[in-house]
Design a protein around this ligand. Structure first.
Ligand code: AMP
Ligand code: MG
Length: 333
């Protein structure tokens, strides 16, 4: 990966120059092929694609300091979706295996403008499976990513060539069987190289970049501590305080591609976790009403579509993988 300064931020890219540039065209063709391959894989594995809601009375409480956007819904305060998580769990009342490609709006803090990894509007490929545990869902994620990358590499050699992306970079990935380490091990590894990673929090941006740069293949970080994640990540029955969740980190310094977990579906536990994380359960009425009457146990994940595209296309920054990029704080179309 090149660490050159991205082409233009913090100024907004000129839409005509951006959309008509050969590099953008190749990047968006790669994105299109990744999505087509995901649909093909998931549909043939029995998944139903759902259309994701864009607004609702409540959304994912968010993380890492991003703010939600309110809208006026006939006198009621609604939110733009920061993630589809609540609807993914609810959708399992209709089908056991679902996916969607959902737009997310998060007003990320201004200091994320130069991480090369943050947009204020982005998309997730969201997958949820009733009855799945972490082993099954990470296995599915591995197979899905391998299929998406292989199909894209095989279909678009001219675009990889134009972008100067050497497809040999995917040799390890295409073997499947990604690396795995616990959050505690990742923290120890970072502290050993002098990075002051907080053991009770998400891996910070610098820590994530450090681990990712050293890796030759994608790897999972598992078992994040309670408090670092939302109320919907299930707590381990055998290790209290540890969550049955995971992130998938790309090699070559590209950082986090995906987060997922086994879900909490027990009403009392969800309410307790909401209170622990400072959420008011009253706000989540529609969701809690469904949970009280029962939603399936499940596991799932959300892949950042622009993040995955950026990695596969080998671009300098995530905004280059979006046709109409919205960078935090940058006024743009
Ligand atoms: P999260 O729920 O925060 O883990 O988000 C799920 C996935 O969406 C992450 O693993 C990233 O791939 C992607 N993502 C999260 N925030 C952003 C952002 N601000 N810009 C682009 N992609 C993001
Ligand atoms: Mg995450």
């Amino acid at each position: 990966m090149s660490h050159d300064t991205p082409q233009s931020p913090p100024a907004a890219p000129d839409p005509r120059a951006h959309l008509s540039s050969p590099a953008t065209r190749s990047t968006l063709r790669i994105q299109n092929q990744l999505i087509a391959a995901a649909r093909e894989y998931l549909t043939s594995a029995g998944f139903t694609e759902m259309l994701p809601p864009v607004i609702g009375p409540v959304t994912d409480p968010g993380s890492r300091g991003s703010k939600q956007v309110d809208i006026d819904f006939y006198g009621h305060r609604y939110k733009l979706m920061t993630s589809a998580i609540l609807y993914k769990q609810a959708s399992l009342l209709a089908f056991d295996k679902i996916f969607c490609i959902a737009p997310n709006v998060r007003l990320e803090p201004l200091e994320t403008t130069d991480t090369d990894r943050h947009l204020a509007e982005f998309h997730q490929l969201d997958v949820e499976v009733a009855g799945a545990d972490r082993e099954r869902i990470t296995g599915l994620l591995e197979d899905l990513v391998v299929h998406m990358v292989r199909a894209t590499r095989d279909a678009l050699p001219a675009d990889f060539e134009l972008l100067g992306r050497d497809v040999d970079a995917f040799t390890e990935l295409l073997r499947g069987s990604f690396g795995r380490r616990t959050h505690a091990d990742a923290v120890a590894e970072l502290r050993a190289v002098g990075h002051d990673q907080n053991p009770d929090a998400e891996i910070d941006w610098t820590g994530e970049a450090l681990l990712s740069s050293k890796a030759a293949r994608p790897f999972f970080v598992t078992d994040y501590p309670k408090g670092s994640r939302g109320f919907y990540d299930r707590e381990s029955r055998t290790e209290p305080g540890v969550l049955r969740n995971f992130d998938l980190i790309a090699p070559e310094g590209y950082g986090e591609l995906c987060s997922g977990s086994e879900r909490t579906n027990d009403y009392a536990q969800i309410v307790t976790r909401m209170r622990e994380t400072g959420e008011n359960p009253q706000k989540y009425r529609w969701y809690l009403d469904l949970v009280r009457e029962g939603v399936p146990a499940s596991a799932g994940f959300g892949i950042g579509v622009e993040r995955l595209t950026r990695y596969v296309a080998g671009r300098d920054a995530v905004w280059q993988a979006n046709a109409f990029p919205k960078l935090p704080g940058v006024v743009s179309p």
